[in-house]
Design a protein around this ligand. Structure first.
Ligand SMILES: Cc1cc2nc3c(=O)[nH]c(=O)nc-3n(C[C@H](O)[C@H](O)[C@H](O)COP(=O)(O)OP(=O)(O)OC[C@H]3O[C@@H](n4cnc5c(N)ncnc54)[C@H](O)[C@@H]3O)c2cc1C
Length: 494
């Protein structure tokens, strides 16, 4: 008997599992094919903190997503709101108005409803107190449009999705890399997979591609992102090598989106080549808005306070990659030490500290000490200390008179002990991929959907250009995964 499923989902991360659940809800039989062995299942989704950007109109909406919110939490926290038009504006602004308006609108307008659906299926959420809210005058205040995370972070999200999928009767095969789509003039017929060195074919009536971008493929990175990208460290899974994109292009799909763009951040200079599940996202260093970043010449090279970190971190990895030696040091003093995120306190961190700036300059490996001291001196003198410092808002406490100003949260670096952290570029995921229609169907180069082929998650192009608002990757996987899975199921069962 041939191996046959109604719907095959390629990949085993958040987008894949949301697609699988939605397809199964239509009554279709569903098979999830995950390249990673079970111990490494879950793709990049598992490496995340589980932060999800969702639009909401106030604490009542949040209470629907998080029924566990206590009265005390509600009383002691300013959750604010994140209306749809603000989410949409943020997405448009950071992508320099390149985002496809239709995709963006779908993402934004379906975000709350999709999270409610996930919640109804058994996924739990919690407020991101640790990373997205600072306590000022006894009250937490959320900032940056990012308020909700999955319970247990990325590992919690992935584990709960797998449990729910298995309970729903969805079959999962691990350690199985999909090599090719089986396609004829009538559309997709199935896939060829390799398991333990053997290639077999599984037939299906619809296929959802949810196998991530090409961030873990050094050759494709160099080919599409440009020279030097082979030198980036990969923050997450080693399995996202662009297979789904390649297979779809071979089947006639249209390349779409920002193929030369990606999400990349400051990441510990000595982190391993690929992500380490024991550390998760801990190698990232996201508190730079409260200090300065210098390169090997000791010079600053970005406006560290241009915006909330949620709107700059994803493009600053590229800025670091472009520095000599592809590294930078983030420098802080005691005044802001309490604001540093927990990732600054992990064991595997490349850190130096010193009692004086001169001593620190001597400890910054590969940095011109004189250049650094001159840079800090000029920076300290330029800080407008008459403006009050406030980490919860864009406080306008800036520098004046520098060739490269700092726009917010500027503090003179003058209070020991001084601390510095070495970072390089860590790539998160690539922005270029496939074009989909309103049903999540993959569009071919003639602009026509390829029958039976759907896509969701990182490999969908057209949403992100140059930059990205934090927490949108998981949301996009959930929204478009649900749409693609539903359409695939309806094609078979409808
Ligand atoms: C360290 C880190 C932290 C992050 N933090 C956040 C965050 O807090 N919030 C947020 O929104 N986003 C975050 N992101 C981005 C987020 O992880 C992604 O945008 C999102 O998880 C993508 O989901 P996906 O399902 O498309 O891909 P993935 O979760 O990467 O899943 C792709 C799957 O495809 C499988 N696969 C690949 N090739 C094949 C093949 N040939 N055959 C079968 N299977 C295959 C892989 O094994 C994997 O399981 C973070 C990413 C990283 C790396």
């Amino acid at each position: 008997m041939p191996d046959l499923s109604d719907v095959i989902i390629i990949g085993g991360g958040n987008a894949a599992l949301c697609a699988a659940l939605a397809a199964r809800e239509t009554g279709a039989s569903v098979l999830v094919i995950e390249a990673a062995p079970e111990a490494e299942r879950g793709g990049n989704s598992r490496f995340t903190a589980g932060a999800m950007r969702v639009s909401y109109n106030g604490v009542e909406d949040l209470a629907r997503l998080m029924p566990d919110l206590t009265d005390e939490e509600k009383a002691n926290t300013d959750f604010g709101s994140y209306p749809e038009d603000q989410f949409y504006d943020d997405l448009c602004r950071v992508t320099q108005y390149r985002t496809n308006p239709k995709l963006a609108e779908t993402l934004v307008s379906r975000s709350f409803d999709t999270m409610l659906w996930m919640r109804s299926r058994g996924v739990r959420f919690a407020p991101i107190y640790g990373r997205q809210a600072f306590k000022v005058e006894g009250r937490f205040k959320f900032w940056g449009g990012l308020t909700v995370e999955a319970w247990g972070g990325g590992p919690g999200l992935v584990d709960s999705l797998y449990t729910i999928a298995q309970r729903a009767g969805i079959e999962i095969r691990y350690g199985s890399r999909v090599l090719d789509l089986i396609v004829d003039d009538n559309g997709v017929r199935g896939v060829a997979i390799r398991v333990g060195g053997r290639t077999t074919v599984i037939e299906a009536r619809a296929v959802v591609l949810a196998s991530g971008g090409f961030e873990a493929n050094a050759e494709w990175r160099t080919r599409y992102l440009g020279p030097g990208w082979d030198l980036a460290k990969v923050r997450g899974t080693r399995f996202n090598t662009g297979d789904g994109i390649r297979m779809a292009l071979d089947a006639g799909a249209m390349p779409y989106g920002n193929w030369s763009g990606c999400h990349a951040v400051g990441w510990d200079r000595n982190a391993p080549e690929f992500g380490d599940l024991d550390v998760g996202d801990g190698f990232q260093k996201h508190s730079y808005p409260f200090g300065i970043m210098v390169n090997g010449r000791g010079r600053r090279f970005v406006d560290e306070g241009a915006d909330f970190r949620n709107y700059t971190y994803a493009k600053y990895g590229r800025a670091i990659l472009e520095q000599p030696g592809q590294f930078a040091w983030q420098v802080f003093d005691r005044k802001v030490a309490h604001l540093l995120r927990d990732e600054y306190r992990i064991k595997r961190v490349t850190k130096v500290s010193a009692a004086t700036l001169e001593e620190l300059a001597g400890k910054l490996e590969d940095v011109d000490a004189q250049g650094f001291l001159a840079e800090v001196g000029a920076y300290n003198a330029a800080v407008q200390t008459d403006v009050a410092f406030n980490p919860n808002i864009k406080d306008g406490r800036c520098t004046r008179g520098l060739a490269l100003e700092k726009s917010n949260w500027a503090n003179p670096i003058d209070t020991p002990p001084f601390e510095a952290y070495a970072v390089t570029c860590g790539i998160t995921f690539t922005f270029g991929g496939l074009r989909i229609d309103d049903d999540g169907a993959v569009i071919n180069t003639d602009g026509v959907p390829i029958r039976g082929l759907y896509a969701a998650g990182e490999l969908v192009g057209g949403l992100f250009y140059f930059n990205y608002p934090g927490g949108t990757g998981l949301m996009s996987g959930s929204v478009f995964g649900r749409i693609a899975g539903n359409s695939a199921g309806l094609l078979v069962k409808g």
